[in-house]
Design a protein around this ligand. Structure first.
Ligand code: FAD
Length: 310
């Protein structure tokens, strides 16, 4: 059995594994795809002290750093069920999709999240070539250009306000007949001269020239008319979905499906900690996920040294 078993191999899971292994305790990582969302990222310019890197490069560095320690890395393994320990000091069980099961005194959940996609032609083709999901990450790449934000909830309106300070013009497109963001955000949005809001708009296609985005089409849901907008960037803000479906009924989740954690990364189950985009911790970023992963590992160690000797 492990002392610490980490589920998920993104920035949070890698940091947790390194911090745990450095305590000299038996550490394992099971991940469906080691590297996580970082593998899907091109330019990374906000990983403090590294002014520019690329996702696949950072993912390789994460894996190499983990492998410098005695960590049992189990890649391409999907966890399907968590069974809490029977009593204090007992073992927590993680069942894998391949039928095997792993046991550990503590578990750190770091299964991350995925951006909800529009599912329209061109979106996949131009992902990272104008189609973006993270304004904090990619906003500055569109300095002085024209962008659109898809989604008029809090995250869409926040993104539009944020981007309006960087880009030339922002067109926000909301599917519903009105924006769903908090009134104070909507007021701020309306005060900005370079933002245009389109409601009852359904994005139907992303256009490009083969290498980058050149525009999008949307349908006016009231009239059925299709319009085309010329632009360089599209920020999709229609939801971030935590990869926690498999935890329903075991650890406590928020209404949005995020794992509820306290300031130490402790979940509702003793010995089970969580970190990164899968949790209720706000602002989903690499550096935050790494900090939270490190914290969860230290909390797990703290928990272990308080366990009765067996
Ligand atoms: P993830 O990176 O999502 O990793 C989750 C891990 O868990 C993966 O290994 C996955 O395979 C695994 N997993 C999921 N479910 C299971 C399961 N059931 N069993 C086993 N394993 C499972 N952030 C920045 O700071 N700067 C940027 O420039 C930036 N750009 C981005 C660009 C894009 C296109 C995207 C999508 C995100 C970007 N982000 C950026 C956000 C950043 O990637 C995330 O905040 C960060 O990766 C979260 O780390 P994590 O470890 O919590 O989760």
């Amino acid at each position: 059995a492990f002392d610490v078993l980490v589920i998920g191999g993104g920035p949070a899971g890698a940091a947790a594994a390194i911090y745990a292994a450095r305590k000299g305790i038996r550490t394992g990582v099971a991940a469906e795809r080691f590297g996580g969302q970082v593998l899907d990222t091109m330019a990374i310019e906000n990983f403090i002290s590294v002014s520019h890197t690329e996702g696949p490069k950072l993912a390789t560095a994460l894996e190499q750093h983990v492998k410098e320690y005695e960590v049992d890395v189990m890649n391409l393994q999907r966890a399907e069920k968590l069974i809490p320990a029977e009593g204090p000091g007992g073992l927590i069980e993680i069942q894998l999709a391949n039928g095997a099961s792993l046991k550990s005194k503590t578990v750190i959940l770091s299964t991350g999240a995925r951006w909800r996609q529009m599912g329209v032609p061109g979106e996949d083709e131009y992902r990272n070539k104008g189609v973006a999901y993270c304004p904090h990450c990619d906003g500055p790449l569109f300095k002085g250009k024209r962008v659109s934000v898809i989604g008029g909830g809090n995250s869409g309106v926040e993104a539009a306000i944020d981007l309006a300070g960087i880009v030339a013009e922002v067109t926000l497109i909301e599917f519903d007949s009105q924006l769903r963001a908090d009134e104070v955000l909507q007021r701020k949005l309306r005060s900005l001269p370079n933002v245009r809001v389109i409601t009852s708009g359904l994005t139907t296609e992303v256009h490009g020239d083969g290498t980058k985005v050149t525009g999008l089409s949307y349908k006016n849901r009231n009239t059925g008319e299709v319009h085309r907008i010329d632009l360089e960037g599209i920020f999709v803000q229609i939801g971030l979905v935590p990869n926690t479906e498999w935890l329903k009924g075991s650890v406590a989740l928020s209404p949005r499906g995020e794992i509820e954690v306290d300031a130490r990364g402790q979940t509702s189950i003793p010995g089970v900690f969580a970190a990164g985009d899968a949790t209720t911790v706000p602002y989903k970023q690499i550096i935050i996920a790494m900090g939270e992963g490190s914290k969860a590992a230290l909390s797990a160690f703290d928990y272990l040294i308080r366990m009765a000797p067996v």
